[in-house]
Design a binder for this molecule. Structure first.
Ligand code: GAL
Length: 633
């Protein structure tokens, strides 16, 4: 498949006289895709029921005339102000009970039935008008579900939808009481109408109640998205994408992904490092202008799984952003490196955000490919270079990875609901393991939790997966390779109680987690062979063989054949050793990479990415600072 570049563009922000020149410059730059429309509801429907498509027709036509293909976004993330007059109760409510008001974006509640009808109406009108337009070659639903913490709402609309959801799931209040363990603290309900949302309780709400609410909220996003995809599909053969985010686990992306053709995500490496990634100050400073060397790759692999192989970057950081605590300028070369890294992980397209920096409103400090005065910004030339390189590069395809790493959204909710110790988090545990694999030069596939066939993977990891599905357990029993499960995996039932027999209940392994403890960062538990457990450790009773032990005499890693259970959160030293040994047993070749240097194989090429601000030489290859090199395999 030929890989392509694109850009996000807002024709409604610029005088129409400028569109022609913009389109010509995009085409000359070598771009294929232009995403438009996703915030333009007020221009499409200036008053309720009065549509104005003329400007959008001309914008699509202008882009199309220059050979560009349009990704058309549905505008449902930004309902116009008039919508509130029609539906004053459509706004979401935060956990403190405060309404999240108009004046920015994403001001809607996923459960509001009236707003859903309005969304269906505008999507239908768009799909009817553009469904057969030859220039509209892809769709995007809404924009970044979950952005600005918008999945959980404690509104009246959410409350009645949640009661309905509970009635469907549990069928009787009795069954719900039993499932949640409501006999504890006399929390039993006689009817579904008595059930509230799990906010504003005196102390923590029942974790089973919170988990049910998280599942419900995720299902509401899926339903909202499906409403749009079902309409678009009636009118358009073009593939449908949504643009997901980095480090966002508020809804199950595998579930939304099942209704979409392409997963895409918005990659802002410098913003993420400054704002989201737990890392030391030294790490944040070292990679300030490059981003974390693994964070983008982790999401590339995650969204490749969410998209069942088809994925894009819908928004790529081109320069300083506006929303992180500090907003540094990327090192020269990074706008190219980030794009190539995405392609090496199988991206079909990379679209830069945005074409021209806006001189007004919230994002006026956010860079684009062009400055506000239309002169090229530094990333412009880098994008041009990538376009030329792509043209010269033979088609790429993704290779099967060495390692499968399970990632599970419900586990993210589980440990947020009941962390038991500060710092225990599914995303960051999975990311920690991912980093360990990448330091050894391995290629990773991220696997959904219901993966039922592991036979492609010599090594499988399932860290902190709260409930292992029956299908996965069967696959594990049949797996001939090496696997490392845990810590904390299979330690909850689906309804968030402790299973008896006690965890981990893995096929063919006799082991019981008899005691767990969580630990402050200053109090690691050392391992006999070096390194330590951080945050979390379990004391396991077992007849399985003990591969690693703590210095206080408890099993740290146990094995029954190729199946291993890990009883704590290993620090880097312990993790590197445990992974290296597992790779050796699995017959996987490893090569320890220098800090900041990362490697990725496609089916035909080996890529080396240097996230350092200095040149690195490795195995006789010089990789320039913020540079990428590749050779044929
Ligand atoms: C994304 C969003 C864009 C823009 C961008 C700025 O989260 O989808 O609309 O706001 O961030 O970095």
């Amino acid at each position: 498949m030929k890989r392509t570049l694109g850009v996000c563009y807002y024709p409604e922000h610029w005088p129409e006289e400028q569109w022609q020149e913009d389109a010509a410059r995009m085409a000359a730059l070598g771009l294929t895709w232009v995403r438009i429309g996703e915030f333009a509801w007020i221009k499409m429907e200036p008053e309720p029921g009065r549509y104005d498509w003329s400007w959008l027709d001309r914008a699509v036509e202008t882009l199309g005339r220059h050979g560009l293909q349009v990704v058309l976004g549905t505008p449902t993330a930004t309902p116009p102000r008039w919508m509130l007059d029609r539906h004053p109760d459509m706004l979401a409510v935060d956990a403190q009970g405060r309404t999240r008001d108009f004046g920015s974006r994403r001001h809607y509640d996923f459960s509001h039935l009236g707003y859903r009808v309005e969304c269906a109406r505008i999507v239908q009108a768009m799909a009817e008008r553009y469904g057969k337009n030859p220039h509209v070659a892809a769709w995007q639903t809404d924009n970044e579900y979950a952005c600005h913490d918008t999945v959980l709402s404690y509104s009246p609309a959410a409350l009645s939808a949640f009661r309905e959801w509970c009635a469907q799931r549990y069928q009787s209040p009795d069954a719900l009481n039993r499932a949640w363990g409501n006999v504890f603290w006399s929390m039993e309900y006689d009817s579904f109408d008595q059930i509230g949302l799990p906010n504003l309780t005196v102390t923590e709400a029942n974790p089973a109640h919170v988990m049910a609410f998280r599942r419900f909220a995720s299902d509401e996003v899926v339903r909202f998205n499906r409403l749009q995809t079902e309409i678009i599909r009636k009118y358009s053969p073009a593939p449908i994408a949504h643009n997901y985010m980095g480090a966002v686990t508020d809804f199950d992306h595998f579930d939304t992904g099942a209704d979409l053709d392409i997963a895409s995500w918005d990659s802002y490496p410098l913003g993420f490092l400054s704002d989201r990634i737990p890392a030391t100050e030294a790490h944040k400073l070292r990679f300030l202008r490059q981003g974390d060397p693994d964070f983008q790759a982790f999401h590339h692999d995650l969204y490749r799984a969410v998209g069942r192989g088809r994925w894009w970057i819908m928004e790529q950081q081109p320069g300083p952003v506006n929303w992180a605590p500090y907003n540094p300028d990327p090192l020269p070369g990074m706008a190219r490196l980030w794009a190539w890294e995405a392609f090496a992980h199988g991206a079909e397209a990379v679209c830069y955000f945005r074409w021209r920096q806006a001189p007004f409103a919230q994002e006026q400090m956010h860079a684009g490919l062009l400055r506000p005065d239309s002169a090229p910004a530094p990333a412009f030339e880098e994008a041009a270079l990538v376009a030329r390189e792509l043209a010269a590069m033979p088609d790429q395809s993704t290779a099967r990875a060495d390692v499968g790493l399970v990632f599970d959204y419900a586990s993210a909710w589980a440990w947020q609901t009941q962390p038991q110790g500060r710092g225990f988090d599914h995303l960051w545990l999975a990311f920690h393991m991912y980093k360990g694999l990448r330091r050894l030069g391995l290629n990773v596939d991220i696997l959904p939790p219901d993966t039922a066939d592991l036979s492609d993977y010599p090594l499988v990891l399932a860290p902190g997966v709260a409930t292992l599905s029956e299908g996965f357990l069967r696959a594990l029993a049949a797996h001939k390779g090496q696997s490392i499960i845990g810590p904390r995996s299979n330690s909850k039932t689906v309804e968030f109680s402790t299973p008896v027999p006690l965890p981990p209940n893995l096929p063919g392994m006799s082991a019981t987690v008899a005691r767990v403890e969580s630990l402050p960062p200053q109090m690691p538990v050392p391992l006999r062979d070096g390194g330590a457990f951080l945050h979390w450790r379990e004391k396991v009773e077992t007849t399985a063989s003990v591969v690693e032990a703590t210095t206080d005499g408890f099993p740290a890693l146990i094995a029954s054949g190729g199946l291993h259970y890990l009883t704590g959160w290993p620090d880097e030293v312990a993790l590197d050793r445990i992974l290296a040994a597992a790779c050796t047993r699995a017959g996987l070749g490893i090569e320890r990479l220098p800090e900041g240097l990362r490697r990725r194989d496609s089916a035909t090429h080996r890529f080396l990415f240097n996230y350092n601000a200095e040149q690195v030489s490795w195995n006789g290859t010089e990789i320039p600072a913020a540079g990428v090199v590749w050779h044929k395999l």
